[in-house]
Design a protein around this ligand. Structure first.
Ligand code: AP5
Length: 215
């Protein structure tokens, strides 16, 4: 199973990628999580990505393509995976296609999580993340066991800085301009499956399983 999850900020890509990874024992590759970890570590990658992410802009294609290539190469061509947050531009999609062709591997499906603006606003305003381990919660839909604290005992949860209204506007603009063109890109390749992503996470997960022919 080689899958891509597409969708605007807050659509639930990370949430569904984790459920898919757990259910099928496949690798979850989240470029956003990897970049946030690099920022936490203060690595050269983190230093380069930080100002862009804080501004709601995409990180350069060659950097994220390199990240994904490293992750997939480490696992070998037989590995199954779900990509969450990549590709995000048409050049990234071509780079992934070339990577797969070189390995003789094929993409099984690209799942587009379709949500309305009010669901996105509710999800992002209620999202709280652990800055230490990256675990994601929601005040209403996925609350931590202890209010304001990570379930792994890392410490206090925070509102993601790039969810602030000004930055969020830029992320949506980047999505519309650079990521939305991936829909026709994958539709043309007959890989795109649109899934209604409004509803509780386990309900959405069942819809994804159903379009994958797994239920
Ligand atoms: P990234 O971290 O990928 O951000 P994003 O795509 O904007 O997506 P989000 O993480 O905001 O949301 P999500 O769809 O994963 O939703 P989640 O599951 O958390 O990227 C951040 C930045 O990194 C980018 O702006 C860019 O700078 C850089 N970057 C990353 N990849 C890049 C790339 N390929 N190229 C260039 N730059 C890149 O859910 C949101 C909330 O809702 C959570 O609280 C969750 O608990 C809750 N929730 C989820 N599903 C449901 C549900 N069904 N019902 C109720 N609540 C739900």
């Amino acid at each position: 199973m080689k899958l891509i999850l597409l969708g605007p900020p807050g659509a639930g890509k990370g949430t569904q990628a984790r459920l898919l990874a757990d259910e099928y024992g496949i690798l979850q590759v989240s470029t956003g999580d990897i970049l946030r970890e690099a920022i936490r570590d203060g690595s050269p990658l983190g230093q380069e990505a930080r100002p862009l992410m804080e501004d709601g802009r995409l990180v350069a294609d060659q950097i994220v393509v390199g990240i994904v290539a490293n992750q997939l190469n480490a696992k070998g061509s037989e590995a199954d995976w779900v990509l969450d947050g990549f590709p995000r531009t048409v050049p990234q999609a071509f780079a992934l296609e070339a990577m797969l062709n070189r390995r003789g591997a094929v993409l099984d499906a690209v799942v587009s999580l379709e949500v309305d603006d009010s669901a996105i606003a509710e999800r992002l305003s209620g999202r709280r993340s652990c800055p230490a381990c990256g675990l994601v919660f929601h005040l209403r839909w996925n609350p931590p066991r202890t209010v304001g604290r990570c379930d792994r005992n890392c410490g206090p949860l925070v509102f993601r800085p790039d969810d602030a209204p000004g930055t969020l506007l830029r992320r949506f603009a980047e999505y519309g301009l650079l990521t939305a063109p991936l829909m026709p890109f994958y539709e043309k390749r007959k890989l795109l499956a649109r899934v209604d992503a409004v509803g509780e996470a386990d309900v959405v997960f069942e819809r994804i399983r159903s379009v994958l022919g797994e239920s």
